[in-house]
Design a protein around this ligand. Structure first.
Ligand code: GLN
Length: 492
């Protein structure tokens, strides 16, 4: 059984239930691949073979006893931002390098309850701040399509493990694009759900009003399986919404592409910096959807220029508050030989945080300071509302909105973009989080460097089923999602 890593989640589920292979065999297969290939990709921060094999044995026993859930025994990788009991949870930071979580995030609890097997924790930008995964304390993860390029970020490890066939699917988080952009850079399907759909309990907080967890996988179908596990109300997260959860798998064909109204915001296609290849692939994908019966409708989204400045005030403001808990006293990194309490705080934070995190803490603290609060933070909150209203107005006339997920394909490792250049690369993803909307990335072909391009579909609130269904049908009619990254091909 050499090709287990090529099977879809549905095929894995069927194979396990029918006894074609055991979860122990499947898990060992993945652990071997990780050992063989991950030195090149550098996607795992922590591999958990003992935990994985004990969960695999439990799943095998449940399958034998006939009381296993549909996904029992299938391996999964978690972004290292989800707290995992007894396992290091680093958030890609030196600050938490020594942090063994005493409890599980709700997403992790739900994954365990579904019988999923934890392969380990995967790399990310420090505290999820970044778009390349290079800001991780553990070093850069490589893009499986070309090891000289970044996998995107902040969920770069989650994207890389799936693209390199080092996990069948993975969890990610998206505060301003961190599921969609790495999915785009690595040729995957990734869903950022409506704010409040998936519990944030036990996810290391970056910007609490924007953070949302979601699935990253090869196809919409695979994402739907993971959504069925992780979505739902959680009393432990006060912003989690108590609303009925769809059966995302059962609904994969429920939305009709025929007659579907897809909004094309013309402002999005005039953004300076939108690469010609990206524009071409996205337009081809829209043509394909049109051939499948969709109706393309021009819509106005007039606030594009406000997206980056608004997000880069609100997100750092919330981050500066959330990250004040890392003080060297309670948990995490503590400097050596502090002379007094002030010295302990100062040096623990100066030594424990990396450059990008410090930049955001400074910006956020400034924006929240008494003298500038109204001018920056309050103003940004008002603009945030206008951005949301802009979307709601567009949704009066269309079912979904189409856009690129990113203006370019993956960057070269070490390209050393300035912070502002890097922030501008988030132009297509940030507004979705500011408005709390769901959005999905689907792979739609390659650029002339053989790097993947992604189409983003943005839906109205709670339209996750619809987004997955549209992409599923697109994937029934195209094969971009089945193309494999170079390193996956070499190690087929
Ligand atoms: N790239 C964006 C940032 O750096 C988004 C990150 C995210 O979604 N976690 O903030």
């Amino acid at each position: 059984m050499t090709n287990l890593h090529r099977l879809s989640i549905r095929e894995l589920s069927e194979g396990l239930q029918q006894g074609k292979f055991s979860s122990r065999e499947l898990t060992q297969h993945y652990l071997k691949r990780i050992e063989k290939i991950d030195a090149q990709v550098k996607s795992y921060v922590t591999v958990t073979p003992e935990l994985a094999l004990s969960q695999a044995d439990a799943a095998d026993a449940a399958i034998k006893a006939g009381n296993a859930t549909a996904l029992a025994g299938i391996p999964l990788a978690h972004k290292d931002i989800f707290c995992t009991q007894g396992v290091r949870t680093s958030a890609g930071s030196k600050m938490l390098d020594n942090f063994i979580s005493p409890y599980d995030a709700t997403v992790v609890t739900k994954a365990k309850a579904a019988g999923l097997v934890t392969l380990g924790k995967v790399n990310m930008d420090e505290f999820a701040m970044g778009s390349t995964s290079e800001s991780s304390y553990y070093g850069a993860t490589k893009n499986p399509w070309n090891l000289n390029y970044v996998p995107g970020g902040s969920s770069g490890g989650s994207a890389a493990v799936v693209a390199a066939d080092l996990a069948p699917f993975a969890t990610g988080t998206d505060t301003g694009g961190s599921i969609r952009q790495p999915a785009s850079f690595c040729g995957l399907t990734g869903l950022k759900p409506t704010y409040g759909r998936v519990s944030r309990f036990g996810i290391i907080a970056f910007a609490s009003s924007l953070d949302q967890a979601g699935p990253m996988a090869r196809s919409a179908e695979d994402c739907a399986y993971l959504m069925n596990v992780i979505a739902g109300h959680d009393a432990k997260d006060s912003t989690s919404v108590d609303k009925e959860v769809d059966d995302y798998v059962a609904n994969l064909n429920a939305t009709s592409v025929k007659g579907l109204r897809i909004g094309i915001p013309k402002q999005y296609f005039n953004v300076a910096g939108l690469a010609a290849d990206v524009k071409a692939r996205v337009e081809e994908s829209l043509k394909k959807l049109e051939d499948m019966g969709a109706i393309l409708v021009e819509v106005d989204l007039n606030m594009v220029e406000a997206y980056v400045p608004t997000y880069y005030l609100i997100a750092p403001a919330e981050a500066s508050s959330n990250l004040s808990r890392y003080d060297g006293v309670r948990y995490g990194y503590r400097c050596e030989n502090p002379v007094d309490l002030m010295d302990l705080y100062k040096r623990s934070r100066s030594e424990g945080f990396g450059e990008e995190v410090k930049r955001r803490i400074l910006i956020g603290t400034y924006a929240l300071s008494a003298g500038y609060y109204d001018a920056y933070y309050v103003k940004a909150q008002k603009v945030r509302r206008l951005i949301q209203q802009d979307f709601l107005k567009a949704f009066e006339n269309v079912d979904v909105i189409a856009a690129p997920s990113a203006p370019t394909t993956a960057y070269k490792i070490g390209a050393n973009l300035s912070p502002t250049e890097m922030y501008l690369g988030d132009v297509y993803t940030l507004a979705v989080n500011l408005a709390g909307l769901p959005a999905i990335n689907a792979p739609v072909g390659l650029d002339d460097h053989n790097l993947p391009v992604g189409l983003q579909l943005i839906g109205n609130y709670w339209s996750e089923s619809q987004l997955l269904s549209i992409v599923h049908q697109y994937q029934q009619n195209t094969d971009f999602h089945t193309q494999r990254a170079a390193i996956a091909e070499e190690n087929a």
